[in-house]
Design a protein around this ligand. Sequence first.
Ligand SMILES: NC(=O)c1ccc[n+]([C@@H]2O[C@H](COP(=O)([O-])OP(=O)(O)OC[C@H]3O[C@@H](n4cnc5c(N)ncnc54)[C@H](O)[C@@H]3O)[C@@H](O)[C@H]2O)c1
Length: 354
Amino acid sequence: MPTIDCSTYQIKVDEAWDQLVNFIIQLKPSSIFVLVDEYTEENCLPVLQVHVPLEFKILKHVAGERNKNLDVCQELWKSMVENRADRKSLMINLGGGVIGDMGGFVAASYMRGIPFIQIPTSLLSMVDASVGGKLGVDFMDRKNMVGCFKDPLLVWVHTPFLKTLNDRQLKSGFAEVIKHALVASEPHWKQIAALNHLDEIDDWGTLVEWNIRIKNRIVLEDPFEEAGRKILNYGHTLGHAIESSLLHSEYMMLHGEAIAAGMIMAGYLSHLKLDLDYNKHREIAELIKRIYGIHTEGITTHLDSIMEFVMSDKKTVNNQLRFVLISDVGQAEYNQPINKNTIGGAIQHYVNMA
Ligand SMILES: NC(=O)c1ccc[n+]([C@@H]2O[C@H](COP(=O)([O-])OP(=O)(O)OC[C@H]3O[C@@H](n4cnc5c(N)ncnc54)[C@H](O)[C@@H]3O)[C@@H](O)[C@H]2O)c1
């Protein structure tokens, strides 16, 4: 299976485990910390321990986006100090995007930075979060408000981990697969456009690999998101606002579920502003509806809060909203100005699809 070259590191997909063992041994770390949550501790840590028979110190936090914050970082830094982590210690982040983003940030800032390896275990973290060096945590309920760019030493992808991921989480990760096709790859869109259910996918290894390659290509051209990398935020301005607004409510949506809703809204805006063909927009929206359904109640009861979060989006400049839109599948444009009223129309359009 392949090795993908990124800027300063490599991503290895389904390679023989002894490569990882040798990589770590050559580093000669003074100690190895493995960050898990309760689900990756149960499902993934035993696999790692069998294949990488080295001495690990386990750091654990409670799973979920609600725990991707500075309080948990402080607890992790405290455990590391108590367990005498030093500059030669290695951190291995074994988990989904929450562990990758937060564990990477904890490592990148502990003693001004210790080396870390990402072992993504969810679909979302394999195809997206572990690629491209963005790390961070949520702050004041705003997504990824505190963080940094720092590359790992290595990303180790073992796609059999997906077997223990539940259906809802698998679907959540698939939203980023849809996104990659919509912003950058028409041929891949054709492969997924007619899906009714994710059970129809039989080769996850290939799907994960092509997604990593698409994201890596975009990141290599613009590592710090000053220009072209922004297209990866397709569906995220409204998606993040929905995710943040509903985070502590009974309507809580997973990251990918919120992004899926955000992509239907962005598709409608793309039709209005960039003449995306209306039938194409409907085709995209229907795929998303088949897989995720339409979530109206949480969104309609949190409209004010969603608008507030949209207005505080990181991409908003001088009070003007900036969206990523598509003129066709595979043709994305960033920094598209959109006014507040138009956004209300896009949300209503989504709700009407129910
Ligand atoms: N850094 C980036 O570029 C980037 C890109 C996209 C998303 N993200 C971030 O990623 C996060 C979402 O990631 P996620 O969807 O992986 O969520 P997550 O990390 O919460 O993982 C989802 C759930 O699945 C469980 N899990 C993970 N792997 C498992 C496995 N193999 N078997 C059983 N259970 C498993 C986890 O314990 C967790 O409960 C968000 O915080 C988002 O902001 C970051």
